[in-house]
Design a protein around this ligand. Structure first.
Ligand code: FAD
Length: 509
């Protein structure tokens, strides 16, 4: 069909990091394969970036959504180089490496050697005041307990309790890991969230031993380190000087040739059967579809996409990067979408407060703290942003970012602003003794924003994709709902989506 000199028409649904990186790598794929391409990006929000949203206010760089990413993940470093923004990368303050956990109202330093909540150094773990002696002994049983034999997936929380005991799970692992998913560990899939835990148990029979071995290997396998500018090497987390929006702006620029439909959503799509078209005497070369407002004849395309403003756009391939519940609406007319409907989303909020440094007695010696559910606070964690990220704030100011809401505790997200601010100020007074009045407060609510991978997620998504490739060739679903919520994971999945969709298109033509 493209022999007619027409470019491949690719439509990317969703303009978050998954959509933009899919679009960027679609361009790369077309270049590699020597094909002409026309990309259209559709997003109902009035801007690109999805969850990524940086606010610049009074010389502060404030993140309303994600604030950084893991430096050891290659996909995002590669993309930064591809976009020419690698020199904009910044690392965390090397003097603020310590982080804390709240226990019985007091901040306890995280024991050194804790990796994703798993102790990989025994001596500091034994000295920590976070866990009772009974809890410590129970955790050490991990060295002798047998490995689980069943192949099937299990809940992350059940796994951690089984290996390390309930106390370690609830006081240490849960607040740390829940920070990533805002989730209930007893409902999250182990295989979809931390498959390395399961591998550690299988290979070493002990989670502690396995994670310790991984930690020793880590420097050797961090291939991305060599690609990092010297100024940021050694930092576990990175962002950009101007905030994460730097990456969105660079992608926007790199995609300047792409068409945009911003402010409208993809309402539905339908496959076109060429035989059916012939039989019904419709000839798209001469007869434009209803809804085609420009009156231009379009060649036949395998898919029509109906936008919320009534426009119909045609596509040879579609990458759907909308959240699972929106993706399910698009796919439901064509197939069973139970795998998407099973992904629950948790609502969260964050409250950022700026202060004059002279008004704050607390001398922050670290990057912040997390809070187990049992502490009963409104906030679930707090980042000492101005200490952790020196670029984020003027020297004479303090910036704090407090997190609200987690699975089972979401109503709090919708408290009126004044009540939310009061609750946060109460918590930071009780925990850190801060009574100063903030210079300003920024509240961001992110409804249904944190996907929770259910037990069995990996298998269910594989089955969904198999059904899709049989029934809807050239259509792919990707994004945070699938194989990792972190920004680097979304980018890696976007790159994979581009190559999958292009493979399907070229096979068909
Ligand atoms: P989104 O950003 O949600 O984009 C999807 C887009 O699809 C949206 O713009 C939406 O408008 C659009 N859309 C929906 N329906 C339609 C439709 N029918 N048609 C067209 N478009 C549609 N990750 C990290 O690595 N580091 C962090 O520090 C971090 N912190 C986080 C903090 C918070 C509060 C949250 C919520 C997430 C955080 N994450 C973090 C995770 C990460 O930000 C997200 O997983 C990632 O940004 C999701 O990108 P996405 O493109 O898949 O989805």
């Amino acid at each position: 069909m493209r022999g007619s000199g027409q470019p491949d028409r690719l439509v990317v649904i969703g303009g978050g990091i998954s959509g933009l990186s899919s679009a960027f790598y679609l361009l790369r794929e077309a270049e590699k394969r020597g094909r002409d391409i026309q990309i259209t990006i559709v997003d109902p929000a009035g801007r690109l970036g999805g969850k990524i949203n940086t606010l610049k206010r009074d010389d502060f760089v404030i993140e309303r959504g994600p604030d950084s990413f893991l430096a050891r993940k290659n996909a995002i470093i590669d993309l930064a180089w591809d976009l020419g923004i690698e020199q904009e990368l910044v690392g965390t303050n090397p003097a603020a490496k310590k982080s804390y956990i709240l226990h019985k109202g007091k901040l306890h330093p995280m024991p050194p050697g804790l990796v994703l909540g798993i102790p990989t150094e025994i001596s500091p773990f034994l000295k920590s005041g976070l866990i009772s002696w009974g809890g410590k002994l129970r955790a050490l049983l991990d060295f002798v307990l047998p490995a689980r034999k069943e192949e099937s997936d299990e809940a992350l929380g059940d796994f951690l309790s089984r290996r390390l005991g309930d106390q370690m799970m609830e006081r240490v692992a849960e607040p740390l890991l829940a920070g990533i998913y805002a989730g209930d560990l007893r409902k999250l899939s182990l295989q979809a969230t931390f498959p390395q835990f399961r591998d550690a148990e299988r290979k070493h029979r002990s989670l502690i031993r396995g994670m310790s071995a991984n930690r020793r290997l880590a420097p050797a396998v961090a291939a991305s380190a060599s690609r990092l500018p010297a100024s940021v090497r050694g930092s576990m987390f990175l962002t950009f000087k101007g905030g994460l929006t730097t990456m969105i702006e660079a992608l926007d620029h790199a995609l300047s040739g792409a068409e945009r439909r911003i402010g409208v959503k993809a309402a539905a799509f339908r496959p076109n059967d060429p035989d059916e078209r012939e039989e019904s005497g419709r000839n798209a070369e001469t007869e434009p579809e209803a809804g085609q407002t420009d009156g231009q004849a379009q060649p036949w395309a395998p898919y029509d996409i109906l936008l919320s403003d009534g426009e119909i756009i045609q596509a040879d391939g579609i990458v759907i990067t909308a959240p699972a519940y929106d993706a399910a609406e698009l796919l439901e007319p064509h197939m069973d979408t139970q795998a998407l409907r099973a992904i629950n989303y948790v609502s969260v909020a964050n409250v950022v407060m700026a202060f004059n440094k002279r008004d704050i007695a607390e001398d922050f010696k670290g990057s912040g703290f997390v809070i187990p559910r049992s502490e009963g606070t409104t906030i679930t964690a707090c980042t000492w942003t101005s200490t952790k990220w020196l670029h984020s704030s003027p020297d004479d100011k303090v910036l704090l970012r407090c997190y609200i809401g987690r699975s089972g505790d979401e109503e709090v997200v919708d408290l009126p602003d004044s009540q939310l601010e009061d609750a946060v100020r109460r918590d930071i007074r009780d925990i850190m003794g801060i009574t100063a009045v903030p210079l300003f407060t920024e509240i961001t609510r992110l409804h249904k924003s944190m996907p929770q991978y259910p037990v069995g997620h990996v298998q269910q998504i594989a089955a969904l994709r198999a059904r899709m490739s049989a029934k809807l060739p050239g259509v792919w679903v990707t994004g945070a709902a699938f194989d990792g919520v972190g920004l680097p994971d979304c980018i890696r999945q976007g790159r994979e989506a581009a190559s999958r969709v292009y493979d399907a298109i070229t096979k068909r033509k």
